[in-house]
Design a binder for this molecule. Sequence first.
Ligand SMILES: C[S@@+](CC[C@H](N)C(=O)[O-])C[C@H]1O[C@@H](n2cnc3c(N)ncnc32)[C@H](O)[C@@H]1O
Length: 152
Amino acid sequence: MTEEQLAKARRLAARDGYTTVRVEQGYIENAPVADGWADVVISNGVINLCDDKAAVFREIARILKPGGRTAISDIVTERQLTEAIVCDVNLWASCIGGAMQQQHYRRAIEDAGLQICEMRENPQYHFISDSARGATVTFGVKSVSVLAAKRG
Ligand SMILES: C[S@@+](CC[C@H](N)C(=O)[O-])C[C@H]1O[C@@H](n2cnc3c(N)ncnc32)[C@H](O)[C@@H]1O
């Protein structure tokens, strides 16, 4: 997303000889690729940081080929977060403040035209700070992995 991240990704790809890798700048809500371009879209720990998750899933559906797949790791909640949590910038930075309630998350994926094949918890994932751990217990904040496909 940032110039520094792009520079690092390009440097590492060149260093390790990944000649088929191309790095492009863009936001996940507005990816710089054509409709139906991708066989697979992967995302790890980014969507919870986006305020308009429906727009992200619509964008994934737009860029996937029919029958294409997306593999996502993200943070969701069992219970709806309160306004105090959502407005806490430190909890957003900890990947908690922007986490969506899991049924709403599923619906946003399906409303975008993607079919969920599997959604499973990652019980080995743990938050570090005290405030993050507190919110985890109160709201059931957790890491999940999702596999979904664009209807063909
Ligand atoms: C928790 S890190 C995960 C980074 C990486 N995916 C990984 O697995 O190590 C979140 C990343 O999301 C990026 N990010 C946040 N909002 C974004 C957006 N709207 N579009 C693209 N990237 C975004 C940030 O730059 C940051 O690098």
